[in-house]
Design a binder for this molecule. Structure first.
Ligand SMILES: [Zn+2]
Length: 134
């Protein structure tokens, strides 16, 4: 759950070489070189030090999630299955979707990740480590 917001934040702030940026959201083991890992570490450390990362965390906490993709924020019936309990099943009647809860992006996560990057000598990405081991 915490990987996608972290990966999005890295892409928004770090220039990742094309061949290392193709497959960050799967379990195919995208390789990231030591050089890139060190660059990620350096940029993340800088964004934490100057307060940008904390600003981003706070912005996410107050940002409204996108409109529900099923009811478009209306909570009105379209198909009976979507409204079994009288409210939109996709959003529980809130009209909004959470792609990920704000708690999954945190400065704490960034700190752990840049320390990992610094010592990693490069790494491979498996978004779901349990599936990747099979
Ligand atoms: Zn809905």
């Amino acid at each position: 759950m915490w990987w996608s917001p972290l990966a999005n934040y890295i892409f928004a702030n770090v220039d990742i070489p094309k061949e290392e940026s193709l497959d960050w959201y799967s379990n195919r083991g995208q390789f990231v070189s030591e050089k890139t890992a060190l660059k990620i570490a350096e940029v993340l450390e800088g964004l934490i030090a100057d307060g940008s990362a904390l600003d981003h965390q706070k912005a996410i906490e107050v940002e409204l999630p996108p409109l529900c993709s099923v009811c478009k924020g209306e909570n009105l019936p379209q198909t009976p299955e979507d409204y079994a309990d009288g409210v939109c099943a996709a959003c529980s009647g809130t009209g909004r979707m959470y792609w990920y809860p704000p708690k999954y992006f945190s400065v704490e996560n960034l700190k752990k990740f840049y320390q990992f990057c610094r010592e990693s000598e490069g790494f491979k990405i498996f978004q779901d480590p349990h599936r990747a081991r099979k």
